[in-house]
Write a protein that binds this ligand. Structure first.
Ligand SMILES: Cc1cc2nc3c(=O)[nH]c(=O)nc-3n(C[C@H](O)[C@H](O)[C@H](O)COP(=O)(O)OP(=O)(O)OC[C@H]3O[C@@H](n4cnc5c(N)ncnc54)[C@H](O)[C@@H]3O)c2cc1C
Length: 474
């Protein structure tokens, strides 16, 4: 095949088939646009192939194994023998099912799928290089485009990822044998989630974090609960120590760190997982050709309709910077498609939740009390400890709290932080409240099933009003 000998035309070209890109493509197809989606690697992007879904499969399975081995207080005495190869095969099956589903959903919405790497040639043309030698390329003429090229792990100098001794999160999610020991460099949400999972499977885990604490941005009290539990699971924290490099130590790696005061330490582990964050992948599709220059942090700037500086070109998902979360990407993809189809869609970042799938989980949405004050509100705070929730006790998971923040004068719900079992699910109720402009009384006055964890959300709202029944009112 001669390079560039095929030429196709499309109304909307979507570059990247992760949550941002495939959401944009499916929604645009539903709206009747002629859509072409180009994916260079695997449909479903980071989220389905090496992010959210594989990590949550590993977290669930490791939690299950750990739970059955630690249920003596419930009169259960059991041993869990984990076959990591079997666990990874189960996880891979879920990934295959979901990525296949993305292809079928795109096709069902009339989306034309092209496998290859897309690069802009000019404001109306892109070239797609098909994978592999001699596979050729094709030219795609477009009217509008969505850039959804995602992100990649930040590289840490001195720690070149080799997939053997030095791993990134994708490698860690496909290990076929449990390392006896693991040094995790980076205590953000990915580092903490994977540390917890490997510790529950029985690995000896050390977390090295350059900052004073892990999980920055999730609130000191939430972080302290998660860190204490992680220590109970045997995880050792080296906070305020920056990883400098590593050297072979027999079959292990010796990681050297330096404290702010210049003191050096070293830790030996069979494998090292580098999880120091992700950066936008804005350099994969020749943005210069459409006149887009990424900002200093490498992300593409967009307005509240996902429009970039280039006429007719939108950008969505991780490539637009924080929050780098799959559900933010889905929403942005949907908005991009609707705007491209001429609809008056807009992004509203007030109610984008975030969750950390540690033990216990953390869920947050909207403003905390300080944030509310900074925005000119007079906040009222209501809280319900998980230890006062009957359902939490029956789950053997009594650590944590639900904290709701509202405007004192109007009662409008402004935000929440939840630490506890299923916090990632519970936070949705508060997200809906913010989205709807609901007040404390709407949550407190809704009858929740007993006994459930969701009752704690209602009790926290009632507590903010001074009417809680199961926790002392403030
Ligand atoms: C270990 C881990 C756990 C995570 N857990 C969660 C979680 O629990 N919840 C959550 O919300 N988020 C989580 N995330 C983040 C989530 O995966 C991302 O926010 C999400 O995938 C972003 O979607 P996206 O569409 O912007 O980009 P991506 O999913 O990165 O997809 C971008 C796609 O574009 C393709 N591409 C790039 N350049 C080109 C090109 N030039 N031509 C064609 N194709 C191209 C890539 O191959 C890729 O498939 C996790 C991430 C990791 C790494």
């Amino acid at each position: 095949m001669v390079v560039g000998d095929i030429s196709t035309g499309t109304e909307l070209l979507v570059i990247g088939g992760g949550p941002g890109g495939y959401a944009a493509a499916i929604r645009a197809g539903q709206l009747g646009l002629d859509v072409t989606l180009v994916e260079a690697d695997a449909y479903g992007g980071t989220c389905l192939n090496e992010g959210c879904i594989p990590s949550k499969a590993l977290i669930h399975a490791s939690g299950l194994a750990h739970a059955v081995e630690h249920a003596e207080s419930m009169g259960i005495h059991a041993r869990a023998d984990v076959d990591l190869r079997g666990l990874v095969a189960w996880k891979d099956g879920i990934v295959d099912r979901l990525t296949g589903g993305v292809e079928r959903l795109c096709e069902a919405s009339g989306v034309n799928l092209i496998e290859g790497r897309a690069e802009f040639v000019d404001g109306n043309t892109a070239r797609v290089a098909h994978g592999g030698e001699g596979q050729g390329s094709e030219s795609v003429e477009f009217e509008r485009a969505v850039v959804a090229t995602g992100s990649r792990p930040v590289e840490l100098p001195g720690f070149e990822v080799d997939g053997e001794r030095i791993l990134d999160s994708s490698d860690a999610l496909s290990l076929e044998a449990l390392p006896e020991s693991l040094c995790v460099v980076g205590g953000g949400y990915i580092g903490m989630e994977l540390s917890t999972a490997f510790a529950k499977l029985g690995a000896d885990v050390t977390v090295v974090e350059a900052l004073d604490d892990v999980l920055p941005g999730y609130g000191d009290d939430a972080t302290a609960i998660v860190r204490d539990r992680a220590e109970e699971l045997g995880i050792e924290f080296r906070r305020g120590e920056a990883a400098q490099g590593w050297a072979e130590a027999g079959d292990d790696a010796r990681v050297t760190t330096e404290t702010g005061a210049g003191e050096t330490n070293s830790y030996t582990a069979e494998r090292v997982l580098v999880a120091v964050g992700r950066e936008p992948a804005a350099d994969t599709c020749n943005l210069e050709a459409v006149g887009i220059e990424p900002s200093e942090d490498g992300s593409i700037e967009t307005d509240d309709a996902t429009r970039t500086a280039a006429e007719g070109v939108h950008a969505v998902g991780d490539v637009t910077g924080e929050p780098m979360l799959a559900h933010a990407a889905y929403r942005e993809g949907r908005v991009a498609a609707e705007v491209a189809a001429g609809e008056p869609a807009r992004l509203d970042h007030r109610a984008i939740p975030a969750a950390v799938f540690t033990d216990p989980e953390i869920g947050t949405v909207g403003l905390d009390a300080e944030g509310a004050e900074a925005e000119g509100f007079d906040p009222v705070v209501g809280e319900m400890p998980m230890g006062s929730s009957g359902r939490a006790l029956t789950l053997g998971a009594e650590t944590g709290f639900v904290r709701i923040v509202a405007d004192a004068e109007t009662g409008f719900v402004l935000g929440a932080r939840i630490v506890g079992p299923d916090a990632s699910e519970l936070i949705a109720e508060v997200g809906l409240a913010i989205e709807m402009g609901a007040r404390l009384g709407d949550i407190a006055g809704t009858v929740h099933v007993h006994p459930t964890l969701s009752e704690a959300v209602a009790e926290a709202a009632a507590n903010a009003q001074g009417t809680a029944l199961h926790t002392p009112n403030r």
